[in-house]
Write a protein that binds this ligand. Sequence first.
Ligand SMILES: *Cc1c(COP(=O)(O)O)cnc(C)c1O
Length: 377
Amino acid sequence: MKIPFNKSYVTKKDVENVKVSMIKESLEGGEKRSSNRCIEYIEKNFSVNCCLLTTSCTSALDLSALILQLKPGDEIIMPSYTFVSTANAFVLRGCKPVFVDIGSDDLNLNMDLVEEAITKKTKALVVVHYAGIACEMSKAIEICKKHNLFLIEDAAQAIGSKYKDKFLGSLGDLGTLSFHGTKNITCGEGGALLINKNKYLEKARIIFHKGTNRHNFATGKASKYNWRNVGSSFTLSNFSASLLIMQLKNHENINKERLKIWVKYNNFFSSLKDFQNKYRLLKIPSYATHNGHLFSLIFRSKKIADNFSKLMRSEGYEVSKHYVALHSSPYGKKVSKTFGNLLNTKEAEDCSVRIPLWPGIKPDKMLEFSSKIIKQI
Ligand SMILES: *Cc1c(COP(=O)(O)O)cnc(C)c1O
């Protein structure tokens, strides 16, 4: 590949810190120096009440479903255009995902459809901030208040992004972040659960600590700890946290760098002549400040999208489609329910293509080539 789809931004300083921490600190998770620094950084910088570092965003979502005590038969409203983990966390508890369509402008959940999808069984709304672009959170919050639903934000792609003046992940009852290698900042595999309401704290900590009150023991509030509830192993290792703290401290620069490239792409592709015949671009709502997580072209047809992808790849530019809609996947068909026709979801699955975007990319030749083939396809 001339240009890979993604490259993590890891500096020599990051590596140096990992080396030193490996020798001076414990490797396992818990109340260790690097882990504590990450937690403090996230809580302070993103105005979060309490942060738990997890092995992934997937495990933070699993943890959410356990904390909220969701039960078999409960219905959970969410988009179908998302990663499997958004749905799996709830299906693991026997819940039924109810898939609602996305809007065509930003590929985020269409909040105007959500209320109609609510039934007596609905217990929670999960919003996914696609591409690090905020969902319409005031509407989501209002709906959840009115119908007494839990609100969970899957902010896996959205570190540092905002809805108005609030950081994504800090607005729902619970929020989740991802530090997977494909995200803006990374420690290989990692994530965080953001707990924005005190009433969930005690239960959350017990489930997080393998079902024990180890938190009270570690903070001197109990002389020993024992089994209190169901739980499992969710903790990020301190070894991973020693990379994560460096990435966190650099997150504004990394986001800024990505955003610069994003703006360059956006200017380039919106100024190509007659481009409306071939594709459109994501529209950023005025309430959203995003982090340049990804850039996609949404082509007029699947055929044009597939052609574009094939030609770009044959030239060494690793473009990538995104989600296969969950409602039409083999397992999704068995365990979920759909609301309405999900036409925008289908369109996003068929027609959207993401192009390489990472700090340090030299995209001029790729852009030139892409404009050439867009004229042909
Ligand atoms: C990446 C991603 C996840 C999963 O994150 P992991 O840290 O890999 O578990 C979940 N939801 C969305 C929307 C994602 O983009």
